[in-house]
Design a protein around this ligand. Sequence first.
Ligand SMILES: Nc1ncnc2c1ncn2[C@@H]1O[C@H](COP(=O)(O)OP(=O)(O)OP(=O)(O)O)[C@@H](O)[C@H]1O
Ligand SMILES: [Mg+2]
Length: 235
Amino acid sequence: MTRPLLEIEGLSKSFGGVAAVDRVSLALEPGRIYGLIGPNGSGKTTLFHCVTGVERRDAGRVRFNGERIDGLEPHAIARRGIGRTFQIIRVFPELTALENLLVVTRGSLAGAEARARELLRFVKLDGLVHEYAGNLSYGQQRLVEFVRVLMRDPSLILLDEPAAGVNRTLLNDLLEAVRRLRDDGKTILLVEHDMKVVMGLCETVFVLDHGEKIAEGPPGVIQADERVIEAYFGR
Ligand SMILES: Nc1ncnc2c1ncn2[C@@H]1O[C@H](COP(=O)(O)OP(=O)(O)OP(=O)(O)O)[C@@H](O)[C@H]1O
Ligand SMILES: [Mg+2]
């Protein structure tokens, strides 16, 4: 096994009496696409928050490239090469698509603009660079948010339900972009409810239920796993 890019060990986070993430351990190898699934409220977003420093974990260790990152501030974690999107879309409607990408830049604006345009082309939004984000369709806004994450060239990309509410054509553009990132050596962990998307994209899937990791494996095996079926349908 290659050295993991991200290694989570015994991660826990509670809110009041609720164990949102409960002693979760998992490892991500570089250059792969992983899925994180589980019923509503099973802790997927909280796990993202803990990895990216948005929430303080209660217990456990997170290593990125072999170094501890738990306890670091979100901006410090982002600078090390972890990018993420949020479940609730976060674009600036009163800025153009291009400006939405430029807000995250530091340093040379000319270089940043060239990169922003290239990224918008990457998801076929090059005809809409000067359109206000608020005028874009929901799916297009999702794509803008997705490529904004890529402005800093992260090696690990966490996507929280990127396909939700995105029409089929734009979804295909998104899936194609995710595969190309993987082919470039990036690692992607995505939360997704649509099993067709998970099956078609992910090499390994982790399943959470009530904050605990109950299964891990190839999507075909996961779909037939009794604990997983129980978690989704058995209540
Ligand atoms: N800030 C918070 N304060 C209190 N409870 C929270 C908070 N954030 C999450 N929780 C609780 O933690 C649990 C896990 O929530 P989380 O949002 O991580 O689940 P999820 O798997 O992302 O769900 P969904 O599929 O609906 O997005 C839930 O019981 C939720 O109510
Ligand atoms: Mg969530």
